[in-house]
Design a protein around this ligand. Structure first.
Ligand SMILES: O=C(O)CCC(=O)C(=O)O
Length: 277
């Protein structure tokens, strides 16, 4: 019996490569997380700015809480089974009335995994809709394997390399409209992207990128994982990352810097250019 998703939602994910509008928390609770984010941004401006949005769950307790949230993990378990580790996280924040967008891409392209059958929950902490720049998915594209990507390094493109799949038939795109506290889940090979935030408020999404079962191995770089639940023997060369005990502790910041450096080496492998996110 599934824990959080319905059988229809599970079937929809496998057929289409995503599922949306999964209720995780109330809107008020989502707003309380935004308040904690804003407080942390004030207290630790160097640790949460645009160039420091990867793996912030390793130094901020409210993000670690989300990484272990029972409803998020329950939904992930419904899709990939009981043994679950987390590879990385990204805070996708689009400031009001900015041109920042995410080009059509497949997450797994540069992650260097032995299999791309993994899942990314994306939790909306603010309204995510066409006006604020929600994600859009190309249904079924996770069944086509990895397509060739061009690195654009476009100024307003907030993906690492600005990598882009060409020739996407946008007419089939589905916009994922979420209220604060709702989540979508997407497959490592689905083609997706997002447009600019035209609204007067921030669009804040927390992507847990990605949860994987232990049979999926990291083939590039060093092996850093956070154990979430179940049996996750990842071999002697892997480092199991601890949860932060308090916000912005020096030890946790140093560890996160190490993990981010490794992530950069993996995501920019073979690239001539490197950006700071
Ligand atoms: O937040 C966005 O607009 C894009 C996020 C994304 O591409 C992802 O979570 O894989």
């Amino acid at each position: 019996m599934p824990k959080v998703l319905t059988q229809d939602q599970i079937d929809f994910y496998h057929d289409n490569g995503f599922v949306a509008c999964v209720d995780i928390m109330s809107e008020d609770e989502a707003i309380s997380y935004v308040k904690r984010l804003e407080q942390a941004e004030q207290d630790f401006p160097d640790q949460l700015g645009p160039s420091k949005r990867n793996n912030a769950h390793l130094c901020f307790t409210f993000l670690d809480e989300l990484a272990h949230h029972p409803r998020i993990i329950g939904a992930v378990e419904d899709l990939i089974g009981v043994d679950i580790s987390l590879w990385a996280s990204v805070l996708f924040i689009k400031e009001p009335k900015t041109q920042h967008f995410v080009s059509w891409h497949q997450d797994a392209t540069y992650m260097g995994m032995s299999s791309n059958d993994f899942v990314t929950p994306w939790l909306a902490l603010s309204p995510s809709n066409r006006n604020t720049g929600c994600m859009s998915m190309i249904p079924g594209s996770h069944k086509e394997h990895i397509r060739s990507h061009t690195d654009t390094f476009g100024e307003d493109n907030i993906l690492t390399r600005g990598q882009e799949v060409e020739g996407v038939d946008e007419r089939s795109a589905v916009d994922l409209i979420l209220r604060p506290g709702q989540m979508s889940l997407h497959h490592g090979e689905i083609i997706h992207g997002s447009q600019a935030n035209l609204s007067d408020s921030r669009r804040i999404g927390f992507a847990l990128q990605s949860y994987m079962s232990p049979d999926i191995k990291q083939l590039e770089g060093d092996n850093y994982w956070m154990d979430i639940q179940g049996e996750n023997d990842r071999g002697p060369a892997s480092v199991i990352l601890p949860s932060p005990k308090q916000d912005g502790a020096l030890e946790a910041i140093e560890l996160r810097d190490l993990v981010d450096e490794n992530l950069t080496n993996i995501l920019y492998k073979g690239s001539k250019e490197k950006r700071v996110y």
